[in-house]
Design a protein around this ligand. Structure first.
Ligand code: DUR
Ligand code: ZN
Length: 136
C-alpha cells in the first residue's frame, strides 16, 4: 500500500455508494468508503427499514464489507451525506470505527463535489474506549 492514500478514488467510491443508499423514510442518503490495510476500498450505504430503529448506517455497512473482505484495519474513511451541512459519523459509528482504527486515522467528510473536512478519530471520539481497555 502506498503511504499517500488515493483520496479521489475513496471519495468516488463513497459517492457511488451514496447513490445506492436505501433511505425511503428519512430520504437522507449517506455513503461511506473505507481504505483498509489491504489497500482495498470497501463501500457502504445506509439501509433503512420500515421498523425504523432497525436501519443501518453507511459506516456500519462499510465496516461489515471490510471485515467480510478479509481486511483488519481502517486506514482512512470518507463519509458523504445529503444536503448542505457536512455529515460526521453518528456516535455509534464513531465507536464502530474506533474498533478498527488508530486515534490518528483520518475521517474525511465530503460534499457532492469532494472532501471538505478532515478529522482524526481522536477529534471525533476523544478519550475513547477500545479493545485494549478490556482485561486480558
Ligand atoms: O453518519 C451518518 C449519519 C446518518 N446516517 C443515516 C442513518 C439514517 O438512515 C439516515 C438519517 O439519519 O442517515 C448514516 O448512515 N451515517
Ligand atoms: Zn452511524
Amino acid at each position: 500500500m502506498s503511504a499517500e492514500p488515493d483520496l479521489e478514488a475513496l471519495f468516488a467510491a463513497a459517492l457511488a455508494a451514496q447513490q445506492k443508499a436505501y433511505a425511503p423514510y428519512s430520504r437522507f442518503k449517506v455513503g461511506a468508503a473505507i481504505l483498509a490495510d489491504d489497500g482495498k476500498v470497501y463501500p457502504g450505504c445506509n439501509v433503512e427499514n420500515a421498523a425504523y430503529p432497525v436501519g443501518a448506517c453507511a459506516e456500519a455497512g462499510a465496516i461489515s464489507a471490510m471485515i467480510a473482505g478479509g481486511a483488519g484495519a481502517i486506514r482512512a474513511i470518507v463519509v458523504i451525506g445529503d444536503g448542505a451541512e457536512l455529515v460526521t459519523p453518528c456516535g455509534a459509528c464513531r465507536q464502530r470505527i474506533r474498533e478498527f482504527a488508530a486515534t490518528e486515522t483520518p475521517i474525511l467528510i465530503a460534499g457532492p463535489d469532494g472532501i471538505r473536512a478532515r478529522f482524526s478519530l481522536a477529534e471525533l471520539l476523544p478519550a475513547s474506549f477500545g479493545p485494549a481497555n478490556l482485561p486480558k
